[in-house]
Design a protein around this ligand. Structure first.
Ligand code: GTP
Length: 364
């Protein structure tokens, strides 16, 4: 099956991490987020993939190339200005690889264990034109809610309902199977979304839209909180096929040097070429990217650190995200913060909890 992955969004809610790094390249278990998504598609025989790009396209192209390293064939289609989710898919008609058969569309900021093969079976059995994966959430008020009849045919869409309007906890999971003739309803070179425009239009015209409810693991990395939660889930075994395993597993990359007095309580993943100094305490879940240096007596707890980060002596970092090439000098304290790349924090400085620091800032 052919697939389109939407990776052209600005990722504004995940800033400052996404100022210089596209959301699709944000690391998860020390690999770009999108690599996990591509592996999942390839396992379900959706290995002819078009990436619909706009914002920060080049780093994605540079890393994934023609896709052969990942066992898939990749095609790139660029929008000059973002065309919205459905407009981006319509825009792929310009490429030489047309969507001329039943195809899959995915929001590129979702990790899910969804059984795509079973979803395709259901789509074909029901002779559906559009099948939308649904997932249960505790609080549906910030999502697109979808009501169905007993046969799972969609009867109503409700975007970001108030609690008094909530009739189900099943929301649009951002994964769709479509028939190619549906593309005729999307205007060319116009900003158009699946959720707000195409699906309500199809419903109005009586086009059969079915839901595919699933309780499989599902999370989007829309915000720093959810990004941290995803990493925690994968480290603690709650993330289905993406999980590292359960229990307090510790994984140490090649050429990393861990001082014998360092205390590591898993789950902890340390990338390659890292140095962990004397008396350092790593209290999981913690992920450290490659080429990081953490000097003596520092404490790192429930934190994700990207690549080439230098952390001085006696520093404390808790429940935070530290992007690449940051430097935290001796004795600094960073808690519940998000640091973009190339941020420096001065020696002894305590960053206010909840801080979001833009790339390149020198703090203190
Ligand atoms: P926010 O700015 O934080 O809302 O993030 P976002 O820009 O990623 O938007 P949203 O979370 O709604 O997007 C869901 C998925 O669709 C993400 O994978 C986006 O990359 C993708 N997406 C959103 N808008 C566009 C677009 O105009 N073009 C393309 N190609 N992809 C898009």
């Amino acid at each position: 099956m052919k697939a389109v992955i939407l990776v052209g969004g600005q990722g504004t809610r995940l800033r400052p991490l996404t100022i210089n790094t596209p959301k699709a390249m944000v690391p998860v278990l020390n690999r770009p987020f999108l690599e996990h998504v591509i592996h999942h598609l390839s396992r379900h025989n959706a290995s002819e993939i078009t990436l619909a790009l706009s914002h920060l396209a080049q780093p994605i192209k540079d890393y994934f190339g023609d896709g052969s390293r990942f066992g898939v064939r990749l095609n790139y289609v660029l929008e000059e200005t973002p065309l919205g989710t459905a407009g981006a898919v319509k825009n792929t008609e310009r490429s030489e690889r047309h969507l001329d058969e039943t195809f899959l569309v995915l929001n590129g900021d979702i990790i899910t264990d969804l059984d795509i093969t079973a979803m395709l079976d259901s789509h074909c059995r029901k002779k559906s034109k559009v099948t939308i994966a649904l997932t249960p959430v505790d609080d549906p008020t910030s999502y697109g809610l979808i009501e169905t009849d007993a046969q799972d045919r969609v009867t109503r869409f409700l975007e970001k309902p108030s609690w008094s309007q909530v009739t189900t906890n099943m929301i649009n999971a951002g994964t769709y199977i479509l028939e190619p003739d549906v593309m005729a309803y999307i205007p060319p070179q116009t900003s158009f979304s699946f959720e707000h425009e195409l699906f309500p239009l199809l419903l109005e015209r009586g086009v059969p839209i079915y839901a595919y409810p699933s309780a499989a693991y599902w999370i989007d990395i829309g915000t720093p909180e959810k990004y941290l939660r995803l990493n925690k889930d994968l480290l603690s075994g709650r993330g289905g096929q993406y999980s590292l395993g359960s229990g307090g597993k510790v994984v140490i990359g090649e050429q990393s040097d861990i001082h014998p007095t360092a205390q590591i309580s898993g789950p902890v993943v340390i990338g390659s070429n890292c140095t962990i100094g004397q008396g350092v305490r790593l209290i999981g879940p913690v992920i450290i990217g490659s080429g990081c240096v953490i000097l003596d007596d520092s404490v790192i707890e429930e934190t994700v650190i990207w690549q080439a980060v230098n952390i001085g002596k006696g520093t404390a970092v808790r429940r935070s995200i530290i992007a690449s090439n940051c430097r935290l000098d001796d004795g600094s304290i960073v808690e519940e913060a998000v640091l973009g790349d190339n941020v420096t924090v001065a020696s002894g400085y305590k960053l206010e909890a909840g801080s979001k620091i833009w790339p390149g800032t020198a703090v203190g």
